[in-house]
Design a protein around this ligand. Sequence first.
Ligand SMILES: Cc1cc2nc3c(=O)[nH]c(=O)nc-3n(C[C@H](O)[C@H](O)[C@H](O)COP(=O)(O)OP(=O)(O)OC[C@H]3O[C@@H](n4cnc5c(N)ncnc54)[C@H](O)[C@@H]3O)c2cc1C
Length: 449
Amino acid sequence: MSKFDVVVVGAGTGGTMAAREAARRGLKVLLIDRKPKEKIGDKVCGDAIGRHHFDNLGLSYPKGEELESVFEGIEIYSPDLETVFKVKGERLEGFGVNRHRFGQRLLREALDAGAELMDNTTVIEPIVMDRFVKGVVVRNDGEKTSIEADIVIDASGVAGVIRKRLPSDFGVEKEILQEDLIVAYREIRELKEPIETPVYAKIYLSQAIAPGGYYWIFPKKDGIIVNVGLGVQSGPNAPNPKKQIYEYVLNQEIFEGSKIVHGGGGAVPTRRPLDCLVANGVMFVGDAAFQVNPVHGGGIGPSMIAGKIAGETAVKALEKEDFSREGLWSYNVKFMQEYGAKQASLDIFRWFLQKLGDEELNWGMKHKLVTEQDILKANLGEDLRLNITERAIRFFRGIRRLSFLQKLREVANIMKRVKQLYQSYPGPEDFEMWRKEIHDIFSNFKKNT
Ligand SMILES: Cc1cc2nc3c(=O)[nH]c(=O)nc-3n(C[C@H](O)[C@H](O)[C@H](O)COP(=O)(O)OP(=O)(O)OC[C@H]3O[C@@H](n4cnc5c(N)ncnc54)[C@H](O)[C@@H]3O)c2cc1C
């Protein structure tokens, strides 16, 4: 097989976007997926994507059978269900898509731009020579083959097949900590009666039911079909999300007499992005690079942002014929500025939320320690604002958790600091110093929270 400029491993949302971008700018691109072509895009997911991602990426809005609902915002329910935050705003408008059709559209756009597809093909490992990734080894129909490329893009999702098989002197983090992973189970269900307010995606916080995560009901077609799921923070004592959803969610009145259309599980990385998204001859995109919003677990948008930047970076690297870590470095800088800075600061908030008890969440939401507007702004990447009143101080003193308020203040400050550090992402020469500072901040924060 001839040599490619770029081999993209994985034709998910990140990989198809990277392939589309590189191919439309004239590169010779091969997209490889282990699924058969017609199954590409069929993934267990909440199926919700913000409208702004389509605007930013120049993608047309979903329509026809690809579009299953339009959201005006999100409803966030407190654990006791007494408080509902209706968070609305342009950046929270979005779509519920038919994930399979959406994935097929992205694939078609990549192929129309000129990328080639090798489906039914599993990538086994990278080819590494002279401390550079030079291609991939694949298995197709039981046969092993080597495919050469100047640049490999690992967009293989949580599998992270290239990332995990790089020699350790590449300095890339291989494994994700369990505490930074959410395991989830979701069903598409047809209800007997349409759900109320189908224009809101519904998120339910409850440490008792979904420890370290949440459960959701995202309305689809006319509110009669819903995507209902539950995610928990992974770990040795984590409950089984399928068991939890059957025990606490699917027995609720609205699901009485409902029918399962599809059920399945999956995992989502919910931490800051990989510290460094490139190494010699290789870039990491999407879940393979942990590029997911750590608070709500949305990864479709960021994977597409990353895919686009990685595709553009490949074009520049080819022009300069420099495929080294340094030659690909601009992908780091651009992604961190565009998304990673917000993501890393939200990782601090995610950890804090995961440690809260239901009592604190109920009180905090009821008395608006953080308001709907503040949530909206934090989601946009603005600094977290707090509303700590005398009353809040009295309440938390009463339940002997005054330290909670101090912690909340500290959280807002650390989030700010982290965001600044990512916004001024270093050059390759200062990277180790930067990485040490980031690691110190995160490990101290986790230790003390
Ligand atoms: C239950 C659940 C609910 C979610 N809900 C939402 C949501 O509502 N909104 C949202 O934005 N995000 C959601 N996410 C996250 C989102 O699905 C991911 O972040 C996003 O799909 C990441 O895209 P990706 O391209 O990195 O990976 P993927 O879309 O997972 O694509 C990876 C591709 O790589 C292929 N592959 C893997 N290994 C190999 C190999 N060895 N060889 C060849 N091919 C390989 C796979 O077949 C797949 O096609 C959810 C995730 C889960 C699990």
